[in-house]
Design a protein around this ligand. Structure first.
Ligand code: 5GP
Length: 196
């Protein structure tokens, strides 16, 4: 998506080889009308999939998921991150390693909000090693629901998450795909990344 790539070139900051900071427009300060355009694009790609719920993970996925949900007119559920390993009876629980914080956390969703009849679109800001997305997929599976796909704003294709999740048979749509990045060259996008 050219709009997004331009914005990353302009406002993104690369830390080392692995972290892209997008806190000027996406996950700290939020450019709401811009993020709404990302939501419109997710809608264009998934509108025929019978989505009746959007699932994301706190905190940075929530805003993107909410603006996407305005196009689908469906509720957003966000998984909560928890340090403790107690499983309350009324929650679905999975576990994920945090890419940015270097620790493992539990993620939880109330059983009240995920059901076998749900056709769920997963939304997140980044796809790196795929742990966050994988944990969300597990939650939907526990509830007996169906994952129709995952909408990712930025996929770093040199990290294994995209391959891992697609190998599980999940459709992953990323609005920008990074081939590699470093502080000298900045962000280099995949040549195959569709020019929308
Ligand atoms: P994964 O679970 O795929 O390894 O990592 C995805 C999660 O880690 C995302 O929810 C996102 O919050 C965070 N993350 C991964 N890579 C980056 C990055 O380059 N920049 C930022 N800001 N967050 C990232």
């Amino acid at each position: 998506m050219e709009l997004l790539k331009d914005r990353i070139r302009r406002d993104g900051r690369v830390l080392g080889k692995d972290i892209l900071k997008v806190d000027r427009f996406l996950n700290h300060q939020m450019d709401v009308s811009f993020i709404s355009e990302l939501g419109r694009e997710f809608f264009r790609r998934f509108k025929d999939c019978g989505v009746n719920k959007i699932l994301t993970i706190e905190a940075s996925g929530i805003g993107i998921a909410c603006l996407t949900a305005t196009f689908f007119d469906v509720p957003v559920v966000f998984a909560k991150k928890n340090r403790t390993a107690n499983l309350p009876d009324d929650m679905w629980m999975s576990r994920a390693d945090s890419f940015t914080q270097g620790r493992t956390y539990d993620i939880l969703v109330s059983r009240e909000f995920l059901h076998p009849s749900d056709r769920v679109l997963l939304i997140d800001d980044f796809l790196a090693n795929g742990h966050a997305l994988s944990a969300l997929i597990d939650l939907v599976a526990q509830a007996g629901g169906t994952v129709v796909g995952a909408g990712i704003v930025i996929e770093k294709t040199y990290q294994p998450g995209g391959t891992r999740i697609r190998e599980r048979g999940v459709r992953v749509e990323s609005l920008a795909q990074i081939q590699y990045m470093n502080e000298e060259q900045g962000v280099v996008f995949c040549p195959s990344d569709s020019a929308l």
